[in-house]
Design a protein around this ligand. Structure first.
Ligand code: NI
Length: 139
């Protein structure tokens, strides 16, 4: 077997509040575009984050990546930043960026990409609800 790449998945969870709002648009347009998610008093989601790391299996350990190390990276750099926070108010990432699932997953990707060795491929799935989820990068 020449191809020894395996994908390793780690599932994590965080709760966070947000409000979808584009200050460049009128209140009516914001209400039309974002519906309940435009509620001025914010609302919460139970986000599920699936981190997929793909790489060669190490001959010595039999691992692609130690899932304890992966879990700790996500915990320190993502969960401790976003869990039980208001994404708009309590983090710097969404001061000027609408915290849609699309934007959140790209922010988390940029955070984790810096922490995970470039020999690994990284892909994320972010579930905002059981039925609504996004993937980044695509392909
Ligand atoms: Ni929402």
């Amino acid at each position: 077997m020449s191809q020894r790449k395996v994908a390793v998945y780690r599932k994590e969870h965080f709760n966070a509040a947000h409000r979808l709002h584009n200050p460049q648009l009128s209140d009516a347009e914001n209400a039309r575009l974002f519906g309940k998610c435009n509620n001025p008093s914010y609302h919460g989601h139970n986000y599920e984050l699936i981190v997929k790391v793909t790489g060669e299996v190490d001959e010595k350990t039999g691992y692609v990546i130690d899932t304890k190390i992966l879990s700790d990276l996500v915990k320190v750099h993502v969960l401790e930043v976003f869990d039980h926070r208001n994404l708009n108010l309590d983090t710097d990432y969404f001061k000027n960026l609408n915290p849609t699932a699309e934007n959140i997953v790209m922010v988390i990707y940029d955070i984790l990409r810096k922490q995970i060795d470039s020999r690994y491929d990284l892909k994320l799935m972010l579930y905002e609800t059981e039925r609504n989820f996004v993937e980044f990068p695509v392909g």
